[in-house]
Write a protein that binds this ligand. Structure first.
Ligand SMILES: [Zn+2]
Length: 496
């Protein structure tokens, strides 16, 4: 292979470089796994793609995913790749894969006895991915809930010094192995048992090694503003950059609070705290039904989700009663003649954490206010299980660009792309990704900017988006002319 050799040249395409500038028409050449040239490329490539009328963007980075196991159980990752995602950040909401035995036990509540490689720690997880790569890249957050469960089970008390030391040591090992930070799920057991000081202690570990702190906050309902303050304080005192996960105001009685939560983010940034957020562009969330019950969302709504109505709870995955998937909790209330809370408790007793639901919790105006804000990047929060997963699993990124950029003009296409590429790569420190620049990895999405759109709905979520033509990961096509190629060129991305 001569120095001059080019594997692929995409010609005459509107290039969105990822930085938010308006596109310029030109050529992009790839050699091996990286971008070789951008602009007017004189030499011919071994392969050429005519890009006229199409747009080329850096591959989309899903900063909020739960595909820790899915990358092994469905390595083609069609639901992500077909929407242009080339990198998944896993390990969100406190739910991590190590220590291995505990991580596996926690995930198996969702996935059943899935066949996955064995690993003990984050180094082992990333090495397992190197050996059995998926179609996209993966970066990993250590999950506080898993660390805490391994150190002290589900105890509702502060950790003893040796328990905190164990968490600190495992987190340090994770960061040394290349994890990009620590996530918490303070609305879930066992994370909810941790006080602020415990998390600050762990955040100090992040500061010494350069990882970020991502949080599914303690309360996204009535206590949203206190939770934002707590999250920022943890980053500020611990010395770590902060990522607020799936920023929202949950429960009708709390709608409108995002104006103040966004103002708190702005104020913190003004005093120098590196705080940003991510969001999925829908008015429904999705989580385990057990968390809805534990947060009393079907009762008084005094927990962290606010109040939820039985008609607003749709069954996404019910491993023991798949015939219920697609039905609503209200139907069970009517069938059993019980309250929403009682019906949910009965289902949780049967199904455990495996019962996953889609829950109507947000207002469209709030979703737009958060999305429009320049500190918001994009994360799907998709959970790849059941017959009726939340449509965000398949449609998040095309929905931002189609519905919210092109149709609603919340921001330009270029700005929408920035939120899912360079902004994400910079915050999560994914080296040489997130831009179309010579020397950067060739993670690319070729799409029709007039057609890109999500297709799935709550009733029919497992549908690929439209308008995406080709997706390239590390120089290799994983999707070509609208079809998955079966290629699995993904890499384990290690921080620094
Ligand atoms: Zn979460």
């Amino acid at each position: 292979m001569s120095e001059e050799h080019l594997d692929l040249v995409i010609r005459g395409v509107a290039i969105y470089d990822g930085g938010g500038a308006e596109p310029s028409v030109g050529d992009v050449a790839i050699r091996g796994v990286r971008i070789a040239e951008v602009g007017a490329v004189a030499r011919k490539g071994s392969r050429e793609i005519e890009g006229r009328g199409l747009a080329l963007a850096p591959g989309f980075i899903d900063v909020h995913s739960h595909d820790d196991f899915a990358v092994f159980t469905s390595p083609e990752m069609d639901f992500k790749v077909m929407q242009g995602v080339t990198t998944d950040v896993v390990g969100n909401c406190g739910l991590g894969v190590a220590p291995g035995a505990v991580g596996r036990a926690m995930f198996q509540g969702w996935t059943g006895a899935a066949q996955v490689p064995q690993w003990d720690d984050y180094a082992g997880y990333l090495e397992a991915f190197d050996r059995e790569p998926a179609s996209l890249n993966v970066a990993v957050l250590a999950g506080h809930g898993t660390l805490r469960a391994a150190a002290m089970g589900n105890e509702c008390r502060p950790p003893a010094p040796h328990e905190l030391d164990a968490m600190r040591r495992w987190l340090g090992d994770a960061l040394d192995a290349g994890a990009v930070g620590l996530s918490t799920g303070l609305i879930y057991q066992p994370g909810c048992h941790a006080n602020t000081e415990e998390i600050i202690e762990l955040a100090r570990e992040l500061a010494t090694r350069g990882g970020l702190y991502a949080s599914h906050m303690r309360d996204e309902g009535a206590g949203l503003l206190d939770s934002i303050r707590e999250t920022i304080r943890i980053g500020e005192e611990g010395g770590a950059p902060v990522q607020i996960s799936h920023h929202k105001a949950s429960g009708a009685e709390n709608w409108g609070k995002v104006r103040e939560s966004l103002a708190l983010i702005e104020a913190a940034r003004a005093r120098g705290v590196d705080v940003t957020a991510d969001q999925y562009p829908y008015t429904s969330g999705s989580t385990s039904l057990i968390a809805v019950v534990q947060n009393d969302a079907l009762g008084e709504g005094r927990g962290g989700m606010g109040k939820v109505l039985p008609e607003g709870v749709l069954f996404a995955s019910m491993p023991k009663h798949p015939e219920r998937e697609g039905r609503r909790l209200k139907a069970m209330c009517d069938e059993w003649n019980v309250s929403g809370k009682e019906a949910a408790e009965r289902i949780v007793n049967e199904e455990g954490v495996g019962a996953v639901v889609v829950v109507e919790t947000m207002h469209e105006d709030d979703v737009r206010a958060v999305l429009r804000h320049p500190t918001t990047m994009i994360g799907s929060d998709g959970i790849a299980i059941g017959s009726r997963p939340h449509p965000r699993l398949y449609g998040t990124f095309p929905r931002v660009l189609g519905r919210y950029a092109r149709e609603e003009r919340l921001f330009s296409m270029a700005e929408g792309i920035r939120r899912m590429t360079s902004m994400a790569a910079e915050k999560f420190r994914l080296e040489d990704r997130g831009w179309i620049r010579p020397g950067y990895f060739a993670d690319l999405v070729l799409f029709d900017p007039n057609k890109i759109a999500d297709v799935g709905s709550y009733d029919s979520p497992r549908q690929y988006p439209c308008g995406i033509v080709s997706v390239i990961v590390n120089g290799r096509a994983v999707m070509s002319d609208g079809k998955h190629t079966g290629a699995r060129p993904g890499r384990a991305l290690r921080r620094g």
